[in-house]
Design a protein around this ligand. Structure first.
Ligand SMILES: Cc1ncc(COP(=O)(O)O)c(C=O)c1O
Length: 339
């Protein structure tokens, strides 16, 4: 979906806590033999948390400037982006409309992000994986219906990943660069989770190669193409992240495991160990897989990471809820007991 033109004076809304902390992870660093730092985008807010806040600060500014009364977006049934968009819409007095990939669960099975979407009264429509390929057309048709009913709809693409949303991560890259310079740090690599590609494309952060552990839905070639298009459009508006060009980022293959939003007991056990070493939570869809990718890549080829690595924590905590049974099984393996 092409991005609507950006007003040159568009300023981001103040939707989240920034700058986010940059912290050293002492115990994983000692265990893995590489200095590991984390960029904490998990506490950008409570309902409005994670990397999505950065994109929404610009996208919702654009919606507000357009006088939108309704916001439409799309994602998986447990989409963090959809939940964050619904929160931002309600904060700004707009009605959230979400096209979700999946099917409506029984009322007693509401959980995680979907539970929050329902609490916020988001209007929901559902489509299967096949229909989801036409998500942009489905959203456009829904917007036309709303317009005919007197609303002023505003469309946000999957993941908030267009050039307007990317401005949030270009800012994030500048924020990281300033923090790293202030502490006299440089990073041999930066890792973030990849879904729709906007975070990786825009952040390619602070003068170091960036890599993403992909969630499993999109192929690397697609992500590179989508990311490059987003970055090029933002650059045409005069917005460029600091640091090297797009050829310095890559999508790390082989870490998507069983597929999108599916985990193995071993992955969950590695995520549990991370939480016990750091006091931080990972979600099983994005940040958890990114952490697993980081550990495995360090084990495979430590030299590729240099002396210091950055793990970009992009939030997603609500993805943990509704996973009780799987996580209990992993706990039983790790602790040798069933709760
Ligand atoms: C917690 C989390 N991390 C990372 C990502 C990936 O971000 P992007 O869609 O910009 O690739 C997502 C996207 O849905 C997410 O929810």
């Amino acid at each position: 979906m092409p991005s609507p033109r950006l007003h040159p004076d568009l300023l981001p809304l103040d939707l989240g806590q920034r700058p986010t902390p940059l912290q050293r992870l002492d115990r994983p660093s000692a265990r893995l033999g590489v200095e590991i730092w984390v960029k904490r985008d998990d506490p950008t807010g409570l309902g409005l948390s994670g990397n999505k806040v950065r994109k929404l600060a610009f996208l919702m500014a654009q919606a507000q400037a357009a006088g939108a009364t309704a916001v439409l977006t799309t994602g998986g049934i447990q989409s963090n982006h959809c939940r964050a968009t619904a929160v931002a819409a309600r904060q700004l007095g707009m009605a959230p409309h979400l096209l979700l990939r999946g099917s409506a669960p029984a009322p007693g099975d509401l959980d995680g992000n979907l539970l929050l979407d329902r609490i916020l009264g988001a209007r929901l429509r559902w489509c299967d994986a096949h229909g989801y390929r036409d998500r942009d057309a489905l959203l456009a048709a829904w917007a036309a219906e709303l317009q005919a009913a007197g609303e002023r709809p505003f469309l946000i693409p999957e993941g908030g990943s267009n050039a307007v949303g990317a401005l949030g991560f270009i800012d994030a890259a500048r924020e990281l660069r300033a923090q790293a310079d202030g502490l006299g740090l440089d990073f041999g690599a930066v890792l973030c989770g990849v879904g729709s590609g906007g975070t990786l494309a825009a952040s390619r952060p602070a003068g170091c190669p960036a890599g993403g552990g992909r969630g499993g839905l999109r192929r690397p070639a697609h992500l590179r193409g989508a990311g490059a298009a987003i970055a090029a459009e933002a650059a045409a508006w005069g917005h460029r992240p600091p640091g090297p060009g797009p050829d310095t980022w890559s999508v790390l293959e082989g870490h998507q495991g069983r597929g999108y939003a599916l985990s193995t007991p071993e992955e969950l056990a590695m995520q549990l160990r991370f939480s016990r070493e750091t006091g931080l939570f990972l979600d099983p869809v994005y940040t958890g897989k990114t952490w697993v990718a980081l550990e495995r890549e360090i084990a495979r080829n430590k030299a590729a990471f240099g002396k210091r690595v950055l793990f970009w924590h992009t939030g997603g905590i609500f993805g943990l809820f509704g996973r009780g049974a799987e996580i209990s099984a992993a706990l039983a393996q790790v602790d040798g007991e069933v709760l």
